[in-house]
Ligand binder design. Structure first.
Ligand code: PGA
Length: 249
């Protein structure tokens, strides 16, 4: 099954309007990428970035959404609002949200259902902590997160899974390629068990300290269909080099 590579940037809580110049530079550097290219800026920049990327190959996305469509939820943003601001995806269940905001698998699943219902692709994040890896419970942890976080009835068009070991995020540490391949093969098997052939169409991203220097070998690893990139997505030159690796993969 052919799955188009996806290079997704997660700006986290970084960026103001001045940084939209990076998007212009990225669009110039990647006029016609083979890979799909996505940037998820902070919500404050989403509408402006969506306008700035009109007519380019760069899509935009949110970093979280509420499970409800509207209502008395001060400070929250609905999936339909992200869509209205130009988003085509939303990252859900990032480990920083699971840690900072106590999001559970059930929360993530409800948010993913809302996102898909609003016409967004849901990028659902899973990943083990260092203690869990050292206790050799990684696959159990990932299996539980997948079962709890992914709604029924998803397809390759509605959901993307991001495997992000918590200990690899922003640390410069990465698992070995064998470790990445082991987890991605496991996720693929779990998805196929649950969703049949559709499980083979769902893209699996690796995330955690992806850089230009390691992107090509990660993209060549079994069942890796792209990357979710934090720090290295903030500057056009660095992210463009990662996109080049995805284009060539
Ligand atoms: P990083 O973050 O690339 O800065 O490690 C990845 C992520 O959290 O999505």
């Amino acid at each position: 099954m052919t799955r188009r590579k996806l290079a997704a940037g997660n700006w986290k809580m970084n960026g103001t309007t001045a940084d939209l110049s990076e998007i212009d530079a990225l669009a110039s550097a990647q006029p016609d990428p083979t890979a799909e290219v996505l940037i998820c800026p902070p919500a404050t920049l989403l509408a402006a970035m969506s306008a700035a990327t009109q007519g380019t190959a760069i899509a935009t996305g949110g970093q979280d959404c509420h499970a409800q469509g509207s209502g008395a939820h001060t400070g929250d943003i609905s999936a339909a609002m992200l869509k209205d601001a130009g988003a085509s995806y939303v990252i859900l269940g990032h480990s920083e949200r699971r840690a900072d905001h106590g999001e559970t698998d059930a929360d993530v699943r409800a948010k993913a259902t809302a996102a898909i219902g609003a016409g967004l692709g849901a990028i659902v994040c899973v990943g083990e902590t260092l203690a869990q890896r050292e206790a050799e419970t990684t696959l159990d942890v990932i299996g539980t997160q997948l079962a709890g976080s992914i709604p029924d009835g998803v397809t390759g068009d509605t959901v993307v899974i991001a495997y992000e070991p918590v200990w690899a995020i922003g640390t410069g540490l990465t698992p070995t390629l064998a470790q990445i391949g082991e987890v991605h093969d496991f996720i693929r098997a779990e998805l196929t068990k649950r969703f049949g052939d559709t499980g083979g169409a769902i893209r699996l991203l690796y995330g955690g300290s992806v850089k230009p220097a390691n992107a090509a070998e990660i993209f060549a690893t079994s069942n890796v269909d792209g990357a979710l990139v934090g720090g290295a997505s903030l500057k056009a030159a660095e992210f463009s080099a990662i996109i080049d690796a995805a284009n060539a993969a």
